[in-house]
Write a protein that binds this ligand. Structure first.
Ligand SMILES: [Zn+2]
Length: 238
């Protein structure tokens, strides 16, 4: 005839099996918000490259507009000087103004070259932006798919969790109130593991070796015996 405690332990073994599954489901569900946050942060980091190229493009465009403005102003000045040139009386004044016009023209050819180079930079950065945007769109789709899969998985786990929560209710009324309180207290404090079998004369929870006398007592199982090291309830595996 099994002892009362042996009968109770048998029920607790079933309960522990369910509670271990509940513990792991809850643990994984709890890890999802951080995982989601990490995935989103990784995606944000990928946007940085696009932003840098966009900034480069804006800067080149701005500089190009400025140089075009400078070029226009100098061209206006050349026109004005050229109109005045023929009204000058002295050779000295004429050659001074002619020198000034030549200087302005030299400036302008430098500006024109610079503008062409800037237009090249604008074209290149535009192409780079387009490429980065395409890559980013792929990454965004990947992120969305991963998050969708994660949400679906969480939904499934929530359902599994409900099934197990319901299932454990079938066992708890059959365990002595004091014992179930003790069991649930250990469950909370010991990472979802309150009841462990003896494994090779050691505690199946913390692996602490048990004295032979204790092993005998556990085999007899006429009272609840806990591990002195981790406080988990010990039982003899059948
Ligand atoms: Zn232990």
């Amino acid at each position: 005839m099994p002892t009362v405690i042996q009968e109770q332990i048998k029920i607790l073994v079933e309960l522990q099996r369910i509670d271990s599954e509940i513990y792991h489901l809850k643990k994984e569900l709890a890890s999802h918000p951080l995982l989601k946050q990490q995935l989103e942060a990784d995606f944000e980091k990928k946007k940085v490259r696009l932003k840098a190229v966009e900034e480069e493009q804006k800067a080149a465009q701005l500089k190009q507009k400025q140089r075009e403005g400078d070029l226009g102003a100098k061209e206006e000045k050349i026109k004005k000087l050229q109109a005045q040139l023929y009204q000058l009386k002295s050779n000295k004044e004429y050659s001074a103004m002619d020198m000034e016009i030549k200087g302005l023209k030299a400036d302008n050819s430098v500006l024109e070259e610079e503008i062409l180079k800037l237009l090249d930079v604008v074209d290149q950065t535009k192409a780079k932006c387009a490429k980065e945007k395409t890559l980013l769109a792929v990454e965004e789709k990947k992120l969305k798919d991963t998050l969708d899969a994660l949400a679906l998985k969480a939904q499934g786990m929530q359902a599994e969790l409900s099934v197990r929560e319901e299932k454990r209710k079938a066992y708890t009324p059959h365990v002595d109130a004091k014992l179930i309180r003790q069991y649930e207290k250990i469950l909370k404090g010991r990472e979802g593991l309150a009841l462990v079998p003896v494994k090779k004369s050691s505690c199946g929870g913390c692996h602490m070796e048990l004295p032979p006398q204790r092993v005998n007592e556990i085999q007899m199982q006429d009272r609840v015996i806990v591990c002195e090291s981790c406080a988990r309830i010990l039982y003899w595996p059948s």
